[in-house]
Design a protein around this ligand. Structure first.
Ligand code: HEC
Length: 154
């Protein structure tokens, strides 16, 4: 039995090492000057702090990759989440969204946050302090309402 356990361990180790040679293609970051607060229209410091802490890793071009982000197979999942996340909503590209798109994205944000679907649960487990409590959800909701009104009124 001991021998089988030992051989299994050796095989698992070899597989994990080999996996490291498969590229994960983590989406690239763009230079940090784009992280300007004016990017997210009229978001005050409180809103920006929440978005940066809880959303920017997947919804901006400034993902804070940690050491394990580079370790396969975790890296493959992270690459997929960041790629899909940026496609769905990218605060670094907020400036280039049309009014219609902004209104739609704002409504999506409020809905996802209220339902507790975002940030992703697995992410909150690994990153303490990113989960949104009721107070933070309310900050986001009222920013969404104000912003939507402003855009519609323009
Ligand atoms: C760990 C990565 C991750 C984090 C953190 C995260 N998201 Fe997401 N988010 C995703 C992914 C991936 C999708 C795309 C889901 C899909 O396509 O099935 C998504 C989708 C969305 C969508 C849907 C957009 C659409 O067009 O349908 C909204 C809105 C959203 N996220 C808002 C947020 C907000 C707000 C936060 C922060 C409070 C946040 N997310 C944090 C990964 C993340």
């Amino acid at each position: 039995m001991k021998k089988i356990a030992y051989i299994s361990l050796v095989i698992i180790t070899i597989v994990l090492i080999v996996l490291q040679f498969v590229p994960s293609e983590l989406p690239q970051n763009t230079p940090a000057q784009l992280q300007d607060k004016s990017q997210v229209q009229n978001a005050n410091d409180e809103v920006m702090a929440i978005l940066k802490t809880s959303c920017y890793d997947c919804h901006s071009n400034q993902t804070n990759y940690r050491w394990y982000s580079y370790v396969a197979p975790v890296s493959w999942q992270i690459a997929k989440d960041v790629k899909k996340g940026r496609e769905a909503l990218n605060f670094s590209e907020w400036d280039s969204y049309s009014k219609r798109k902004l209104v739609r994205k704002l409504a999506d944000i409020k809905e996802q946050v209220n339902k507790g679907d975002m940030p992703m649960k697995i992410y909150c487990l690994i990153h303490p302090g990113t989960r949104l409590d009721e107070a933070k959800k309310m900050v986001i909701a009222s920013w969404v309402d104000q912003e939507t009104k402003k855009i519609m009124g323009q």
